[in-house]
Write a protein that binds this ligand. Structure first.
Ligand code: SF4
Ligand code: SF4
Length: 61
């Protein structure tokens, strides 16, 4: 399984990850991205690719 975390210091809240994750792992809350559906992550790394700030950390467990 995959563990998705956000470095909220780096996140700008613009939502590229929200718009591009195929399984809706993210949402924007109070101007920052949060992980709301981490169990669904398929490890495609799209979010890591589209995040302009390197704020998403993806680890395989
Ligand atoms: S790796 Fe893919 S499935 Fe997982 S959170 Fe990122 S975009 Fe979504
Ligand atoms: S793409 Fe990166 S900077 Fe943009 S909302 Fe998602 S985590 Fe935050």
């Amino acid at each position: 399984m995959w563990i998705v975390t956000i470095d909220s210091e780096k996140c700008d809240g613009a939502g590229e990850c929200v718009n591009n994750c195929p399984v809706e792992v993210f949402k924007i809350e109070n101007g920052k991205c949060v992980v709301v559906n981490g169990d669904a992550c398929e490890g495609c790394e799209t979010c890591v690719s589209v995040c302009p700030n390197g704020a998403i950390i993806l680890k395989e467990m």
